[in-house]
Design a protein around this ligand. Structure first.
Ligand code: MG
Length: 270
C-alpha cells in the first residue's frame, strides 16, 4: 500500500467516479467553451437528502485547537499573513467578508479535522450566493488557491451538484445531502491525505479526502485531480505542508459562523 492510500476497497473508491462518469457531465461540458465557468458545473446526479442525527464531536486529548471560542490567535489573513480580523463574539467566529480569507498559522500535511459552521437563520440569496464559504484542506497560495471542501446552504437551495455543500468543489459530488436548516449548527469531520510530489515537482501520489457532514459520509476516500478551480480543469502544482484556510466568499448573502475547530496531525500510513 502506498503511504497515502486510504483504507478502503477499490470498489468504494470507484463509486463516486462512476457516479460522475455515468452522468451527463461530459455532454454538458461540451456545450460551453473551456473558458466559461459553466463548462465545469453539473446538475446531476442529485445527492439524496438525509436527515442527520444531533450529536457533534468535541476535541480529543491530542487535538490541536484551532478555534475554541475565545480568540482567533491561530489564524492569519491569507492575503498578507497579518493577524486575522474576523469577528469573535459569544464564542463563535463569524466571517468578515471585507477582510477576506483566513488561514492557520501552523502548516499541516495529513490530518483529521473537526469544524462546525452555521448558516444564518435569515440567510438570503440563492445558488452559489447563499451562505457560501469553504474549508480549504490545504491552502497553496493567495485567494482561493488550494483544495476546497465546499460550505454552502443547500437545505433548500439548488446549485450545480459538484458545487454544493459536501462537494470537493467541481471535482466530486457528495454522496448525500445531510444539510441542516439555516440557523442550526452543522459539523464537518474530515480525513485529509496530502498529495506527495517527487523532487522534480511531478506528482507521486494524489491527495485524498474522506469527509462526514453532520455524521453522514459525503466523500469516501476521493482522489483529487488537482487543486479545485472555479474555471478550467483541476491540476496539481508541487507544495509542501500547508495552512488550512477558511473562505470569505464574495457573494452578498449574510456571513456564516464557525465554532469548535480542531485538528489531529497524522503520520502517513506505512
Ligand atoms: Mg466556497
Amino acid at each position: 500500500m502506498k503511504p497515502s492510500a486510504c483504507l478502503f476497497s477499490r470498489r468504494t473508491l470507484l463509486f463516486p467516479a462512476l457516479l460522475i462518469a455515468s452522468s451527463p457531465i461530459f455532454a454538458q461540458q461540451q456545450q460551453y467553451d473551456s473558458t466559461d465557468h459553466r463548462a465545469t458545473e453539473v446538475y446531476s446526479p442529485v445527492p439524496p437528502i438525509v436527515t442527520p442525527a444531533e450529536k457533534v464531536g468535541n476535541p480529543p486529548s491530542d487535538a490541536v485547537i484551532l478555534f475554541d471560542g475565545k480568540n482567533e490567535d491561530q489564524w492569519v489573513k491569507t492575503a498578507d499573513e497579518t493577524p486575522a480580523d474576523w469577528i469573535v463574539s459569544d464564542g463563535i467566529l463569524t466571517v468578515n467578508k471585507k477582510s477576506g480569507n483566513i488561514q492557520t498559522r501552523q502548516t499541516f500535511t495529513n490530518y483529521q479535522l473537526h469544524l462546525e459552521f452555521r448558516i444564518p437563520k435569515d440567510i438570503t440569496g440563492s445558488d452559489q450566493a447563499r451562505g457560501n464559504s469553504g474549508l480549504f484542506l490545504a491552502s497553496t497560495g493567495k485567494g482561493d488557491a488550494g483544495y476546497e471542501l465546499q460550505i454552502l446552504d443547500n437545505y433548500n437551495n439548488k446549485t450545480y451538484t459538484n458545487g454544493q455543500v459536501g462537494s470537493v468543489y467541481k471535482q466530486s459530488i457528495p454522496l448525500a445531502n445531510p444539510s441542516r436548516k439555516p440557523g442550526e449548527w452543522s459539523s464537518y469531520d474530515v480525513v485529509w491525505t496530502a498529495p506527495v510530489f517527487n523532487a522534480d515537482g511531478s506528482l507521486a501520489s494524489p491527495a485524498r479526502v474522506t469527509a462526514f457532514l453532520n455524521g453522514v459520509l459525503v466523500q469516501n476516500c476521493f482522489e483529487l485531480k488537482g487543486e479545485t478551480r472555479y474555471i478550467g480543469k483541476p491540476y496539481y502544482h508541487a507544495h509542501g505542508p500547508s495552512p488550512i484556510k477558511l473562505q470569505a466568499h464574495g457573494d452578498k448573502s449574510e456571513p456564516i459562523s464557525f465554532r469548535n475547530i480542531w485538528v489531529r496531525p497524522l503520520e502517513p500510513l506505512q
